[in-house]
Each structure stands twice: as C-alpha cells, then as structure tokens.
Ligand binder design. Structure first.
Ligand code: NI
Length: 392
C-alpha cells in the first residue's frame, strides 16, 4: 500500500469523494477567520478517519495528528481554507451560493486535497514510524491566519520536524509541479501613515503647514528608496495604495493619510526599506514642520524553502509525475504567502501544483478563475508520497 502503485490506486479510488467535497466547499465560501462551516466539514472528515484534532486554533484553524504505530519524526502538511470577497459569475454547477464571496484562489481544493491525503494516510498508521500533522489554516488571504495559529500553540506539542505546503497554479500545465530552489515568495510589510500639518485658509498658506505638499514630497522621495538605496540585484517594491486628505479647494489640509505595501526577498532589504522610510519622515518633519504617526506591520516574512527537504520532495515528485513534469520556476513571486511563518519555524518545502485548464487563461484572485480538477488526484499522490518520503 505504501508503494507507488498502492498510493496511485488509493488516490484514484478517493478522487470522486474528494472532488465532491471540494465542490461543496466551493459552493459555501467563507472569508478570513469566518471559516466556521469549512472547519466543521474538515473536522467531520478527520473524525470519521479517527484522527484526533484540535479545533479553534487561531479562531477557526484546526491541527490534527495521525499517530503512527512506532515513534519517529512529525511531518506537517498545511492547507489554507479561506475565500475572497469576489462575486463568482454564474456558470459552474457548483458556483458560489454566497453573493460577494468566491473561492477565487483555490483554497477549497487545497483543503479537500489535504483531507484526501489524510484519507490515504489514515489506513497506513500501523505501518508509520512517526506522526503526520494536518494544519488547516484560516485567513491566508489577509496574511494573518498562520501567525494566529502559531500564537495559539499550533506547533507547541509536538513541534513538527518539517512542513509541506503547496498552491495550485493556473498558469502551470496540469500534471506539472513547479518549484523554487530558495526564496519562493516575498516578505510583506504594511505601513499606515498620518502626516500632520496645520490647517488654514487656502489663501493664507504662511499661517498653515500644508500636509498635502508634505505628502507629495514624501511620495516622491519614497521612489528613491528602490532606485537609489537598494542594490540593483536585490528586489524590493514600495507601493502607496491609498492616499486621503483635504476637504475643499480653499482649505489647507491639516492631515493626510497614506497606506503602503512593502515587498522584499530578504530580511536585510526589508530592514533597509523601513529605515529609509523612517529617515525620510524625519527629514520632512525637520524640513517642512510636518509631524507624523507611523504604524509599521510585519505581515509575513520571505517564504524560503529548505534545501534538504525540497530535494527529497522533488525526488518524489519526479518519480510520481515524471522528471519532465517537475519544473524549476524562473523567478520568485513578489506576492506573499503566510505559510512563511511556519517555514520560518521548521524546515519546509512549498510547491506550485499546475492547475491550468487548456484554453482558459486566468489567474488567481480573478472572477474568471477556475482550476482544473484533474490536479486534485495528482496533488493527493504527490503530497501523500512526499509525507511518507520524509518519514523513516
Ligand atoms: Ni491562495
């Protein structure tokens, strides 16, 4: 049963059940930290398999443990459960039944796949040396669920020896798996800023301190961080996504609010960007008399694969799908994934699993997003074998 063939047969037997489960979850999408029904479905499936689970870990998260008959390492596998505030167009027989909410990132499939992995591993417990930890995470889209689970003790007892993660990838052919040797996805910092001047009559600027001119200076100076302070071969993005200030043409605005996103591929670059933002703000304070309030939030670190873990997982993926179907991705993404918090604690490997529907060009987080359900049994096979391959 633990043979390649046994795993393939087990996955094929379970495919209809797991696809049906994915479709049920797809019909009932839930946003970050609201995944009550999804978590209940997960719990029900795990209890049927007689796998012990802890619920409410980081609000709606679940940590389940499959105990092998003999002692050994603990290998974790993680699925994210949340959906997005997007309205799904009509068309699919199992389209979202909740207006304004849609599984437009495929986390419904991720959850079903890891339940499929649990279904495949549960009958093997008598043969296992070690434990398998199943992590069902809320709120990936807001980059806050993983940290909430860790804070709630997800890794307190036991601490996993490695963790596996994956994301479906609609640009990648179904039947293939993509990987990165090192950094996979960017760190994400966010800052919210209030620039504070003094309001006044538009005709009497000398009696006021104009926060709009200060904001204009700030936004312009911010552009020199990436272009003049970060090494050209390093990667950083600093984007202001929101700016608000002022009420009327003849009133000098007393304050301006800005919100920004910062992405990098290493902690040193992230620290340099933060230091530069703070220095520029001090300069504006001295030079323009504009005070500020800055709230800096570290949403997630860089997601980095562990080389040894990834090497083992790739051997298994090549053996499962054929060497030509395991492709090194050309560059990391400047998008972020809060699996990075788990990966910061324990060695990890994160895969992109091809989910392309031929002739349908789409991307995650779009209303026309769809995944190819043929990726579901393939992912179950690769991930089940990867877990087994990391156990003795
Ligand atoms: Ni996603």
């Amino acid at each position: 049963m633990t043979t390649h063939e046994g795993i393939t047969q087990a996955a094929d037997r379970l495919t209809d059940e797991i696809v049906a489960l994915r479709r049920k979850i797809h019909e009932h999408p839930e946003l970050a930290f609201e995944e009550q029904n999804t978590a209940a479905r997960v719990e029900e499936h795990l209890r049927k398999l007689d796998i012990a689970c802890r619920t409410g870990v980081g609000k709606t998260g679940i940590v389940a443990l499959l105990e092998g008959a003999r002692p050994g390492p603990t290998i974790a596998i993680r699925a994210d459960m949340d959906a997005l505030p997007i309205t799904e167009p009509a068309g699919l027989s199992f389209a979202s039944k909740v207006p304004g909410k849609m599984h437009a990132c495929g986390h419904d499939a991720h959850t079903a796949i890891v339940l499929g992995v649990a279904s495949m591993l549960a009958p093997l417990r008598a043969k296992l040396a070690g434990r398998v930890m199943f992590v069902f995470q809320p709120a990936e889209e807001t980059l806050s669920g993983a940290a909430a689970m860790l804070e709630a003790g997800a890794f307190a007892d036991p601490i996993p020896d490695a963790i596996l993660g994956f994301h479906n990838w609609p640009q990648l052919r179904t039947g293939t798996v993509g990987w990165h040797p090192d950094a996979v996805m960017a760190s994400s910092d966010a800052f919210d800023l209030a620039l504070k001047g003094v309001g006044g009559h538009g005709a009497h600027p000398h009696l006021a301190v104009d926060s709009i001119v200060g904001a204009a200076q700030f936004v312009t100076q911010l552009q020199t961080i990436v272009s003049r302070e970060i090494a050209p071969i390093a990667s950083a993005v600093v984007s202001i996504g929101r700016i608000a200030g002022g009420t009327a043409r003849n009133i000098i605005a007393p304050s301006v609010e800005l919100s920004a996103s910062v992405r990098t591929l290493d902690a040193d670059t992230a620290a340099r960007v933060e230091a530069a933002v703070r220095r520029i703000l001090e300069g504006i304070k001295i030079g323009m008399r504009i005070d500020y309030e800055l709230k800096w939030t570290k949403l997630t670190p860089v997601l980095r694969n562990d080389r040894a873990t990834m090497t083992r997982v790739l051997e298994i993926a090549r053996d499962t799908l054929g060497p030509a179907n395991v492709v090194e991705m050309p560059s990391p993404s400047m998008g972020s994934e809060d699996f990075a918090w788990f990966a910061e604690r324990v060695p990890s490997a994160h895969l992109r699993i091809g989910s392309k529907i031929d002739g349908h060009d789409t991307a995650i987080h779009r209303a026309d997003y769809q995944l190819n359900e043929q990726m579901i049994p393939l992912a179950m096979k690769v991930m089940t074998r990867a877990v087994l391959g990391l156990l003795p």
